[in-house]
Ligand binder design. Sequence first.
Ligand code: CP
Ligand code: NVA
Length: 316
Amino acid sequence: MRANRQRSLAQAMRHFLKLLALTKDELTHLLSESARLKAARQQGTETPTLAGRIITLIFEKPSLRTRVSFETAITHLGGTFLFLPGNEVGLGWRETLADFGRTMSQYVDAMVLRVFHQSTLNELARWSSVPIINGLSDEAHPCQALADLLTIQECFGEVKGKTIVFVGDGNNVAKSLSVGCTKLGAKFVLASPPGYGFDEGFLEEFRHSTGGATLEMLNDPIAAVRQADVIYSDVFTSMGQEAEREERLARFAAFQVNGALLAKAPKHVKVLHCLPAHRGEEITDEVMDGPHCVAFQQAGNRLHAQKAVLEWLLKR
Ligand code: CP
Ligand code: NVA
């Protein structure tokens, strides 16, 4: 009885698991808040909206940007962070996710998790009475996508009407970005080798969440980038897929973002990469270090976008 009551309380809680769950208005709000918080940081007018709040980061996979930008964001906003390696807390194997979620909810105000399986987040969100933030799963990377959208907005004034071409694997980063771009009125194109496009399960969720919007999936990177305002690159082998690395390197060889591919795109094109970059694999030094690339501005925007998410979930 008590467990059921607690579970229904947990279900009413707002989480940040996938952009699929956000309305266009919520996404627009988060984006404008990200820009406001970036300006506030630059002008020294930030306020400690997370004072007295404790946010824990529980990571099953390595991270540089997500961990450091969350820890920095929480510190800037006056909160406290607590980092827990996933293997030390035994997420999902030392005790059930239901018991883990209900226990952690007694101590902390929010949890940021980086997990192998989206199902871990979904199950925790059923039981946690504090917000759960997806810091990357096999299916989604919504914090990254929000920073990507902020970067595109900074580059072009708005996201609406732009064409974003993701060259590579139809992975977690591509999925979240496709949803964000589409909800904000941009055109999203995925250029990937046959068999590495978006899966039907995701496409079904995408159609449902965007009211039947469409995206383009091509197998020819050159044809795809001819129309690009943005070319987006990510690793060919995501964390958890290491056993497929050799096969993927071969299958994705024509999908490297290099000078020759860039030459086929419009002159104003911007290149984004979520990082870490495997230079010489999915992207070359020439492009990473060239004038079109805004990957470090993009990495910086993780900080501001995540502040917006934290405030949206936690501000009193
Ligand atoms: N882009 C990104 O999430 O980087 P990390 O894996 O270093 O956190
Ligand atoms: N697609 C990559 C993104 C890393 C930030 C991965 O999941 O490993």
